[in-house]
Ligand binder design. Sequence first.
Ligand code: NAD
Ligand code: USQ
Length: 416
Amino acid sequence: MRVQIQLLLVPNTVPRIIPGIFGELICMRVLVLGADGYLGWPTSIYLSAKGHQVGVNDNFARRTYDHELGAESLIPITTLKKRVDTWKAVGGGNLETFIGDLTDPDFTFSMISKFEPEAIVHFAEQRAAPYSMIDRAHCVYTQVNNVVGTLNILYAIAEINPDIHLVKLGTMGEYGTPNIDIEEGFIEIEHKGRKDLLPFPKQPGSFYHLSKVHDSHNIAFATKIWNLRSTDLNQGVVYGHRTDETELHPDLATRFDYDAVFGTVLNRFIVQAVIGHPLTVYGKGGQTRGMLDIRDTLACIDLALSNPANKGEYRVFNQFTEQFTVGEIAQLIAKTYPGDVQIVNLPDPRVELEEHYYNAIHTKLLDLGLQPHLLSDTLIESLFGVVEKFQHLVDLDAIKPSVSWRATHSPVRSTN
Ligand code: NAD
Ligand code: USQ
């Protein structure tokens, strides 16, 4: 099935059967943008292990935010060069590397011309909601970086090869928390006796989430006018750290953030439980989010690549496996951790509904064959183990929420 579809996607391509370290597969040329990040790195080596020819791009913006915020990944990570060399040394294959900024149109065009991808996986954006809410400059940076980078990619695809399948990381937060079920991208509306299938209304909760909405509109429009192929993956909050490939060598580890700006909620609560810090539930803790294990991020990307969008098709998948309230996550972690765990309800630094209806449909990836890793005691226990190993590196100052949605100048750590 997978083979037939890929041959249909690129009719002039000679099938290349390559032995990957985890089996054999028809090989595609896949360019991963944002490949030095939390999700981009494990995705790159996962696709390489599957036998694809993988190109990797990053401009190290994420490492620069660490310097700015005085924060860093709890689990030490090596440089991209070292990661790429290590991957080759463990038998994982060559990753052609392109260092550069996607907001530079000439760089983006020449990278895509040179690598000649059949598919592009686009992770390369500023992805922290709190970072985008620090002040005017961080808001503008986030929106320019994300929206302009994506526009440059769309133009390059249209000019170089409109057959390239763009797989773009969006976010469930584009929808916000409406008082109705959230559909997968589109909703049928009947208005004054007429019906249409329209984009689901977007009510995002930060300037970062808004940048993803702007991207989605730009991708949908470009796909329509230039007859492109695109998949918008509205992903929920990701947790976890280990993948089959990162486990092969310590230098292949991906980052694990726990600070109040870049750390996502479950990863943060794991660190807090291990170091004996109260779990920082913002507000009432009734905020509900779709979530997924990092291994399912890789599986979803794989499914999207193997089942490409048709010519002229802009499609949306809601990419998460389970939904939880923040309070439920805190309770689950408190119950699972062998030691004593306190939970505090802090004043919510964000402007968001602290209790709300939430039911998001997420069937399209399951229909394509996704077999979710559901959040289990075993997974939580394994995360405790990883974090315990590095707990001596935790910076307590990084845990307290430092960015308020209400202030136009938030007291981030660098300006304290
Ligand atoms: P990350 O910050 O760890 O990785 C993003 C990478 O993109 C970084 O290495 C950064 O240096 C790079 N980058 C940023 N701007 C760039 C530019 N202009 N040119 C080149 N490289 C650039 O983020 P992540 O957690 O790996 O998330 C990846 C994507 O997935 C993001 O688009 C994010 O919005 C989306 N997403 C993440 C999560 C999550 O929980 N982590 C959830 C939903 C969606
Ligand atoms: N929260 C707490 N305590 C904390 C941290 C967070 O209660 O210590 C709450 C937040 O207020 C929010 C929820 O947990 O209600 C999720 O926050 P988060 O920081 O884990 O996730 P979020 O800001 O939504 O962003 C993350 C990623 C982003 C991605 C998004 C998916 O950083 O890139 O787009 O998850 S989603 O949430 O579906 O939009």
